[in-house]
Design a protein around this ligand. Structure first.
Ligand code: 5GP
Ligand code: ZN
Length: 129
């Protein structure tokens, strides 16, 4: 699984020196224990990951969430610069939320959608499944 890595990517460099595990602390955390879980496969986006690498990630993310010892946390995965992705190697953030000030702050600008528009959106997605 470790054969699809690059020399130019900071996260590929990190996992080269790390045996079976691929979780580490974020260098600029939003809260203490903010960790990253990454596949040992260089892909920029979530949807580009092969299924076997995808399947490895969530059990490890769960372990890290449990080990962080807090029952409130966010699991975050950004794709593309507008979606706040900076490092172009797929990564999942596990961000403890110990109090209102620390951890992830989430903007959630909800829209009202007409029933007919919901149907159109849903059918467009279904066509591509
Ligand atoms: P993104 O915004 O791409 O979802 O998040 C990238 C995260 O990677 C940031 O939270 C940033 O602090 C972290 N990061 C970037 N470079 C390094 C590094 O060299 N080492 C570690 N441990 N974290 C990094
Ligand atoms: Zn990489």
């Amino acid at each position: 699984m470790a054969d699809h890595l690059t020399d130019s990517c900071i996260f590929c460099k990190i996992i080269r020196g790390d045996l079976p595990s691929y979780a580490f602390l974020d260098i600029n955390p939003l809260s203490d224990g903010h960790a990253l879980v990454i596949p040992k496969y260089h892909a920029e986006f979530f949807h580009q990951l092969p299924e076997d690498h995808l399947a490895d990630i969530l059990p490890l993310a769960k372990k890290i969430a449990v080990a962080s010892g807090l029952d409130q946390y966010n699991l975050l995965q950004n794709n593309g610069p507008m979606a706040h992705q900076v490092v172009k190697h797929v990564h999942f953030h596990i961000i403890p939320k110990p109090n209102a000030e620390e951890g992830l702050g989430v903007g959630w600008p909800q829209k009202q959608v007409e029933k007919e528009d919901f149907a159109i959106i849903l059918s467009k997605i279904k066509e591509k499944l």
